[in-house]
Each structure stands twice: as structure tokens, then as C-alpha cells.
Design a binder for this molecule. Structure first.
Ligand code: PMP
Length: 432
């Protein structure tokens, strides 16, 4: 790596994408892989949204446009914030981005100096930890509590805030746990931030799963809590709720227009602008009355799958699964499974160098993929720091019930087969 800058080694990744190489290897052997790894709806974007983009391209709307985002979409985002959160925001505080991801790097680049501390949920979306380490900042993981549905208390957060804290990532509904912070929890979290955090600390509230909430509950944003609107960046987008992952459309709502100007400048320095026809379609997604029924149908399908998979996993020896309240993932504790398959022993027996590069749940993930053709995500794919000894898998339920049943059946068979695990270690040579 000598020709690369030192900092490139500090950049993490999103393994849900990088595990694709292993999946391709397994599929290349003629195995039909059940893909429960990737976080995208198994629904297509709706016809009225697709038609809007096609019409825009046909009429020649295919040029550069406002780097901050076209005004029509920014106004639609403001109306959405008013309708869903009762927030009155002017379009000069909104920046449209190429998906939900860029806001994470923009926030770290805008607010964090090397050596500053950044608090983020763990397990959490891996891109937070990736950008924090890349910026030379100190990552401060906020460990979520499995026993309370992967939430945390205001006291948990208070214990991590110091005078060096600059940025706090929150994510509700959460990837990978499906945990949702209640209005009461957000109130007490906001109180702690007001009382304990330096005044200029920013909260990055990742609300990209805002539409994916189960049991008829509603989404709550920390931005509406007392004194929080002018400390919070609301980040959301079209990838999940409108099933538009490949369109690359997201947005950030900044506390001030001056901060939005910085995010705009970062856009100018990277992608120049988000394609205008994508933005017009995104405006239609937010404003058309045709959108809501499609979202409701999709979320009902996710909920039906959750209601099937959680009791099914809990009935399997060695698994313990919380009931997610939102997003489209389940995140079972697989400690028992790792024990019963001999994975903990196999991990302990690895040479130190090898051990440092894997974990029991990662070995389970690879065994399930290579020996049984089921792709999942391991615990360390959602923040490595301080995760030793935690054994979880993430399964995406954004897959048809039929495929989900096939995947879970394969996991059941794999869980009863310690000999197959021993064979996997011998034959695949992934750890030698
Ligand atoms: N935040 C979270 C919590 C996510 O799960 C994801 C996508 N998996 C993103 C941000 C990024 O979304 P996008 O694909 O729109 O960049």
C-alpha cells in the first residue's frame, strides 16, 4: 500500500456491498444463494415516480442544476417536514444529496477536527465509524442494549459526552437492529444533550427509515424537542421509504442556512449536483397522493415477514431475537449457535493475526454462505470498536416470504451440523 496516502487505510466500508465477492464465488459453484445481506426493499420504485423521471428526460431536463437541490424538491421536503414533524423550515436550510450516505461524510468533514470525539450507535450503520476514523477523530461507540430492544438511555449517552464531543449520530429506526426511539426516550436524550453537551455540538439524526415503522406507530424526530432544531441535522432520503435505492437521492436539513451552504460547497466539490430528473421524480414521490398506498403496502409486507421470522428464530436453539419496531432487519443474538457449532473454539484456536481480522459471528456468516448458501451480515459489519464478545447476525427481511422461509430453513439445517462447520474450516481455507 506504499503508494497510497496513510489515511486511506483508516477508511472502513459497508460489508453489505463488499460481501458480494464471496456471494459471487459461491454462486459460481452453481449454488442458489438466498441473499439476506443487502438493505434494500424488494419492491421497485412506483410507476408514477418512474414516469415523472422519464418525462423529464424526454423534455430535455438533463443538464447541470442547482448544487443545493432544485427549489421544487427543497420546497417539497419543507412541506414533508411540516406534515410529518410540524417543523417550519425554509428551503435555504435544505441540501439535496446523492443518497443518504453523503450527509454522513459531509457532517464529519464540516464539524469534526482530528482528535475531536464523535458519539455513534453500535451496532450501527458502519459508515459513521468509517468516516470518523478517516477524519482522525476519536470514535466513541454508544453501545445499544439488546435487552431493551436495542435502545439506550439518556444516562448511557450522558456518560460519553465530554468537552471534546463535536458530533452525535443517532439513527431511528435503526439499521441494523430495527430499534426505534420513543418520544419519551427522545425527550430525555434531548435533555441530556442540552444540559451536558457543549452548545455547538451537532446531532446527526439519521431518519432514512422514517416510513418503515411497524404496529401503526409514528416516527419521531429529536429535532422537534425543545432547543434541538438549531443543533440537529435531519438526514433522510428516498432509498428506503420510496424503494428508490438506485436513484441515489437523499437530503439533509441543517440548523442554519450558513451550514447548508457548507454542505452545498461539499456537493460542488464532489458530484456538482444531483441529476435534475431524479430530483423531479423525488419531488413527485414526496407530493403525489399516489405514494402513500404503495408505502403502506410495502411496510405491511415487512411487518408480516417480521411477525413470521421473529418467533421462528426464537424457536431455534441457540438463537435469541428481539422484535424490531421498524426498518427491515432482524438482528438475532447468535452466541448459543456459535457455541453449539464449535465456532467459539475454532476462533480461539486461530493464530493471533487471523483472529484480529475476524470474529465468531463473521465465521458463522461465512459458514452459512459457503456451506448452506445463505448470505447474512455479521456483528462487526456494524461497528467494530468495542464489539468483541458480541455475537449477532443481521438478516434483511426485505426479501419475499418464500425466500425468507428458504433462507431460515437453511440456517436451521446449518445450526444442527457442527461437522459441516468443521468441514467448512478445513476445506475453504479462509482462515489459514
Ligand atoms: N443511513 C442508514 C441508517 C442506512 O441504513 C443507509 C443505507 N443502508 C443509509 C444511511 C444510506 O442510504 P443511501 O443508500 O440512500 O445512501
Amino acid at each position: 500500500m506504499t503508494h497510497f496516502a496513510d489515511r486511506i487505510a483508516t477508511l472502513g466500508t459497508e460489508n453489505a456491498f463488499s460481501v458480494g465477492a464471496d456471494i459471487a464465488k459461491v454462486a459460481g459453484r452453481g449454488i442458489d444463494v438466498v441473499k439476506l445481506n443487502i438493505g434494500e426493499p424488494d419492491f421497485d420504485s412506483a410507476p408514477h415516480i418512474n414516469e415523472a423521471a422519464i418525462a423529464e428526460i424526454r423534455r430535455g431536463n438533463s443538464h447541470y442544476c442547482d448544487p443545493q437541490g432544485i427549489i421544487g424538491l427543497r420546497e417539497a421536503i419543507c412541506s414533508h417536514l411540516l406534515g410529518t414533524r410540524d417543523l417550519h423550515v425554509m428551503p435555504d436550510r435544505v441540501v439535496v444529496t446523492t443518497g443518504g450516505k453523503p450527509g454522513i461524510s459531509f457532517a464529519v468533514q464540516s464539524y469534526v477536527n482530528p482528535g475531536d470525539e464523535v458519539i455513534y450507535p453500535s451496532p450501527g450503520y458502519p459508515i459513521y465509524e468509517s468516516w470518523i476514523t478517516y477524519a482522525g477523530a476519536t470514535p466513541v461507540p454508544l453501545h445499544l442494549r439488546e435487552e431493551s430492544g436495542f435502545t439506550f438511555t439518556a444516562d448511557d449517552l450522558a456518560a460519553l459526552i465530554t468537552p471534546r464531543t463535536r458530533l452525535i449520530f443517532l439513527c431511528s429506526p435503526s439499521n441494523p437492529t430495527g430499534g426505534v426511539l420513543s418520544k419519551d426516550e427522545l425527550e430525555s436524550i434531548a435533555r441530556v444533550i442540552r444540559e451536558r453537551a457543549p452548545r455547538d455540538v451537532r446531532v446527526y439524526s439519521d431518519e432514512i427509515y422514517e416510513q418503515c415503522i411497524f404496529d401503526g406507530a409514528t416516527h419521531h424526530s429529536i429535532a422537534v424537542e425543545e432547543g434541538m432544531e438549531d443543533r440537529t441535522i435531519i438526514a433522510s432520503g428516498h432509498s428506503k421509504g420510496y424503494a428508490m435505492t438506485g436513484w441515489r437521492l437523499g437530503y439533509c436539513v441543517l440548523p442554519t442556512a450558513a451550514e447548508a451552504a457548507v454542505f452545498k460547497q461539499l456537493t460542488i466539490n464532489t458530484v456538482s449536483c444531483v441529476p435534475p430528473f431524479v430530483q423531479e421524480a423525488g419531488r413527485v414521490a414526496l407530493t403525489s397522493p399516489e405514494s402513500a398506498p404503495g408505502i403502506a403496502k410495502m411496510v405491511a409486507a415487512f411487518q408480516e415477514r417480521r411477525d413470521w421470522i421473529v418467533p421462528t428464530l426464537n424457536a431455534m436453539p441457540g438463537l435469541r431475537c428481539q422484535n424490531p419496531k421498524g426498518a427491515f432487519y432482524v438482528f438475532p443474538n447468535v452466541s448459543g449457535l456459535c457455541e453449539q457449532l464449535g465456532i467459539i473454539d475454532a476462533y480461539e484456536a486461530l493464530p493471533a493475526g487471523r483472529r484480529a481480522r475476524t470474529a465468531p459471528s463473521a465465521m458463522l456468516q461465512m459458514y452459512l454462505l459457503y456451506s448452506y448458501g445463505v448470505a447474512t451480515m455479521d456483528r462487526n459489519s456494524f461497528g467494530k470498536i468495542g464489539a468483541d464478545g458480541q455475537h449477532f447476525l443481521r438478516l434483511s427481511i426485505a426479501t419475499s416470504l418464500e425466500r425468507l422461509k428458504e433462507g431460515v430453513e437453511r440456517i436451521r439445517q446449518a445450526s444442527r451440523d457442527p461437522k459441516a462447520f468443521a468441514r467448512f474450516i478445513d476445506e475453504e481455507k479462509l482462515y489459514s
